[in-house]
Each structure stands twice: as structure tokens, then as C-alpha cells.
Design a protein around this ligand. Structure first.
Ligand code: DGL
Length: 257
């Protein structure tokens, strides 16, 4: 097997990274993918940085051992904790990490109000603080840690009254004092986009980093001459640390959404 025909690995703490995988499949349809979710150790966003860094490195090594030619860290939390260490350890491997799409949101409307929803760890970390400082002249950036949001998505509980109630309480303040844009800074959240939009109001522009991350991976693979020359559609293999058939089924459903 030539290097170009090897799979791209996509990693997340659970099923959220499928919101990035679906963008990858759109722009790189001829690639094969291994999607690995570490649901057994999720949520990462409630852990400390060292723990998440170790889990991220372990997951990357597990995926490289399967022959992956590149890695997308499709988890904002894992990116902020572990991507720097991974790049140092594996400088030769195309590696892209996702981060909250603050730039397009903050530059949308000068002086606008931008809500950034992410895990408690992402919001606490230096990487996000730097990102926020970079755009604080463009817009008023309002970070909102969302403990518990990813758990609804992990359970596939996307349309229940409980979920709606949870989101209404979480977003209460931003319903009263509307924002111009909202950034979904955790890869689980795009699966709740419709409900978030309904609660925040239809004029709020919602951003996530999935498409930008997929485009960056394409660019990196092209640069390294690692794009798959195949003209057939590639395949996606799902793996999860929980080894639960139901989780794999949920992964397949989310990819179709
Ligand atoms: N999907 C992850 C992210 O993008 C976080 C979910 C978790 O807390 O594990 O940040």
C-alpha cells in the first residue's frame, strides 16, 4: 500500500468530531478515514490539561500504529491541551487541530457581540485566551463554558424536551441580551445547531470550525504529496474506546445528519 492510499485519522473525545469528519468527506471524498472516539474517557472538557494531553498523545499513537498518514484532532479541548506536544513528537506527520472559529465571527460586524460556546477546559486554556485577545478589538467576545452539553450529544439525545430546557437555561442571558454571532467551539455542538439557533434567534450567525479544519487538512496533505489519487469514494471506519455497538451506530447516524 502506498503512503497516499493510507487512511486519514480523525480523533475526538467522543462522537463530536463527526461534525468535522462530515466536512472532510465532502471535500476529500476519495480518502479513507479511521474515526476514533474516546468516549470511555469523555468528557475531556471536565478534566485537567495534563490528563487530556496524555489521552490525546495515546490516541494519536494508537492511530499512527494503524498506519494513518495524517491526523485531524477534531476536538477543541484535545487541541488546546495536546497539539503542541504532538507536533513536537511527530513533526513529519500532517497534523491539524481544530480551534474555535472566533476570527470569522469577530470580523463579521465591527463592535458586534460574539458568544463563544466551548468546554470549561477550552475556555480556561491559554490557547483560547490568546485567540480572544487577538480579536478583542474587533468585537465583544463573550466566552460561555457549557458543562454537560456534550453529554446530550454523546447519548444521541438531540431532540428531547430535557435538552431544550438545558439549552434555554444555558442561553437565557443571550436571549435577553442578543448577540450578533455565536461560535460553536466544541465539535459536539454543531449537532445541536438547530436548537441553539431557535433559542438565540434566527438573525444570529452561527460559526463552527469544521469546514476550515477540513480545508486545512486538504492543504497539508497536498503539500506533503499525500492526497489519495483514487477516483472512487473512500470508506469510513468507526472505532470507539467504549467498544459498544450502539456507539458505532450513533456515529453512523451522525455522519448522515
Ligand atoms: N468535542 C470536544 C471539543 O471539541 C469536547 C467534548 C468533551 O468535553 O469531551 O472540545
Amino acid at each position: 500500500m502506498s503512503k497516499q492510499t493510507k487512511p486519514i485519522a480523525v480523533f475526538d473525545s467522543g462522537v463530536g468530531g463527526i461534525s468535522v469528519l462530515r466536512e472532510l468527506v465532502k471535500i476529500l471524498p476519495n480518502e479513507d478515514y479511521i474515526y476514533y472516539g474516546d468516549s470511555k474517557n469523555a468528557p475531556y472538557g471536565m478534566k485537567d490539561k495534563e490528563q487530556v494531553k496524555e489521552l490525546t498523545i495515546a490516541a494519536a499513537e494508537y492511530l499512527f500504529a494503524q498506519g494513518a498518514k495524517g491526523l485531524v484532532v477534531a476536538c477543541n479541548t484535545a487541541t488546546s491541551a495536546g497539539v503542541r506536544a504532538l507536533r513536537e513528537k511527530y513533526p513529519e506527520i500532517p497534523l491539524v487541530g481544530i480551534e474555535p472559529a472566533v476570527k470569522p465571527a469577530a470580523t463579521l460586524k465591527p463592535g458586534g457581540r460574539v458568544l463563544v460556546m466551548a468546554t470549561p477546559m477550552t475556555i480556561r486554556e491559554e490557547k483560547f485566551r490568546n485567540l480572544m485577545a487577538q480579536y478583542s478589538d474587533d468585537a465583544e467576545i463573550l466566552p460561555l463554558p457549557c458543562p454537560g452539553l456534550m453529554d446530550f450529544v454523546e447519548r444521541g439525545d438531540l431532540h428531547s424536551d430535557d435538552f431544550k430546557k438545558y439549552l434555554e437555561e444555558l442561553l437565557y442571558e443571550y436571549r435577553k441580551h442578543p448577540v450578533d454571532a455565536a461560535v460553536l467551539g466544541c465539535t459536539h455542538y454543531p449537532f445541536a445547531k438547530d436548537m441553539i439557533q431557535e433559542i438565540l434567534g434566527k438573525d444570529v450567525v452561527i460559526f463552527d470550525g469544521g469546514e476550515g479544519t477540513a480545508r486545512e487538512m486538504k492543504r497539508r496533505l497536498a503539500e506533503a504529496d499525500l492526497l489519495n489519487p483514487s477516483t472512487e469514494n473512500g470508506k469510513v471506519e468507526f472505532q470507539n474506546s467504549l467498544e459498544d455497538e450502539k456507539k458505532i451506530q450513533l456515529c453512523q447516524q451522525l455522519l448522515q445528519m
